[in-house]
Design a binder for this molecule. Structure first.
Ligand code: FAD
Length: 468
């Protein structure tokens, strides 16, 4: 039997990543009847495969994208206010060696400007560091040629949790959201879109009459019928190791030409990444390749020569695809130079494409999409309140959400199945808790979680083993 009932809505959102989740929250909070469909699990696309940073993007300053950095910096501060449990201020040390692309004086100006673009105070004050101070703050850095550096503040978040909590807020405001529900087709009839949505669990189709449709399908956006989106996809990989191997107090930025790579402390672990290479493979099966690991380990071991991180130190990896808007004229720029700006278009009446952007700017993108829907529907909507209302307002079980994984106990499984739409084992291990990335695979946690989940969802042993 299909979970999805035929019906009529003001807004049908296609895609349950951070962009779609943001649109659903904003639309529902402004009184529009809203349905969101996600073909797989929520956040299973790019929105659980990022560097997990709320950031203005210091690097984009060097490319002259000041407006973009200001916009993202304001959003970073807003998200820190509405979701403090998903925003952990973090100092980023940016060491400089002789011959680096960005000299220390340039970075010192850069971080000063960066602080000033936050529309008030940044999460902490940036600093310039002498070689001695940099050595003291970040032990283990390569000494030869170190000329000092700078430090500045951004925040660590948990991308998949940001999606789930945004969806819970959306549902709380009246939106209906389904994972494992695919948008199949749409035809325009009169002032409405007649849409077909398929329940991926039962295989049954449902018909939805939508006054407006929002294509928020991320890297898939150009494959959706009626889409006007043109993307350039680039892959980024992250590695997770034990923090004892690289005992950093703050995050560290290592530059390699114009590219940068982060060392990000995450509880007892450290996240290393990322890469940036063109991608043309299967969107549902983005993988970490040996060449990605080699590149990251080479840069890390050059910056921290005593660490000698090896393949067998890796606890987990993840790989994601950036849905960057393709440059209008040529696709000649190197992937790292492609802008992270977003675009909202209405190629046909009532059809909205939203593409590009970042995790950090999702709330603003969503507000702008819903403003446009309001104008199109000639409805006077109340102004968006998503920058003021706490993300967890009216939502139960928030103690299980945060930057670090929740405790390993059966109550977490129950909560995620009952309140957070976890239906498959990896919904729970990968997106709801990050246990999959945090704990070594031999720890037996997946086995234990599968038993708890089987008890909660009534799986037989065959189903449990298949999930495992
Ligand atoms: P997605 O999360 O991919 O969501 C789109 C969803 O649409 C998918 O879940 C997909 O299954 C679904 N879908 C597709 N087709 C259909 C259909 N027919 N029916 C129903 N559903 C469908 N940003 C930051 O701010 N900070 C960072 O630190 C950062 N680091 C990054 C590092 C990497 C390596 C990458 C790749 C990106 C990073 N980003 C970062 C960017 C950020 O992660 C993305 O901009 C953001 O997650 C995109 O979200 P989205 O909702 O648009 O796409």
């Amino acid at each position: 039997m299909s979970r999805i009932v035929n019906g009529k809505v003001d807004v049908l959102v296609v895609g349950g990543g951070i962009t779609g989740a943001g649109v659903a929250r904003d639309a529902a909070m402004r009184g529009l009847s809203t349905l969101l469909v996600e073909q797989s699990d929520f956040a299973s696309g790019t929105s659980s495969r990022s560097s997990r940073l709320l950031h203005g993007g210091l690097r984009y300053l060097a490319q002259g994208h000041i407006g973009l950095v200001r916009e993202a910096s304001h959003e970073k501060m807003r998200l820190s206010r509405i979701a403090p449990h998903l925003s952990d201020p973090l100092r980023f040390y940016f060491p400089v060696w002789k011959g680096d692309a960005w000299p220390r004086w340039m970075l010192a100006i850069g971080v000063h400007v960066y602080d000033s673009l936050c529309g008030g105070r940044n999460l902490g004050q940036s600093k310039s560091h002498s070689p001695a101070s940099m050595r003291e703050e970040v032990p283990g850095l390569r000494q030869a040629g170190l000329t000092g550096g700078v430090s500045y503040f951004d925040a660590l978040t948990n991308d998949a949790r940001l999606v789930i909590d945004t969806l819970r807020s959306a549902a709380n405001a009246g939106a209906t959201v389904y994972n494992y529900a695919k948008f199949v087709s749409a035809t325009r009839s009169g002032v409405e879109w007649d849409c077909e949505v398929r329940d991926e669990e039962s295989g049954e189709a449902a018909g939805i009459h939508a006054a407006s449709v929002v294509n928020a399908a991320g890297a898939w956006a150009q494959t959706i019928p009626h889409s006007s989106v043109r993307l350039r996809l680039t892959k980024g990989v992250h590695l997770v190791i034990n923090r004892s191997l690289l005992p950093v107090d703050g995050a560290v930025v290592l530059s390699e030409g114009q590219r940068i790579l982060f060392v990000i402390p995450w509880g007892e672990r450290v996240i290393l990444g990322t890469t940036d290479t063109d991608y043309e493979g299967d969107l549902a099966n983005v993988r970490t390749a040996p060449a990605d690991i080699d590149y990251i380990l080479r840069v890390i071991n050059k910056g921290f020569p005593g660490a000698t991180i090896r393949y067998d130190h890796l606890i987990s990896t993840w790989a994601g695809v950036r849905p960057l808007i393709a440059p209008r004229r040529t696709a000649s720029g190197s992937p790292s130079d492609l802008s992270r700006h977003h675009e909202i278009r209405m190629p046909e009446p009532g059809w909205f494409d939203v593409a590009g952007g970042k995790l950090t700017t999702y709330r603003l993108m969503a507000e702008q999409v819903v403003d446009r829907i309001g104008r199109y529907l000639t409805r006077t909507l109340a102004p968006s309140r998503t920058s003021q209302v706490p993300l967890t307002e009216g939502v139960a079980g928030v103690q299980y959400s945060g930057i670090l994984p929740p405790p390993v106990e059966a109550a977490v499984v129950r909560h995620c199945c009952r309140n957070e739409w976890a239906r498959r084992l990896d919904d729970f291990l990968v997106r709801r808790t990050s246990w999959h990335y945090y704990y070594p695979s031999q720890s037996g946690i997946a086995e234990e979680a599968s038993r708890w989940m089987a008890a909660e969802l009534g799986w037989n042993e065959e189903q449990r083993l298949a999930e495992l």
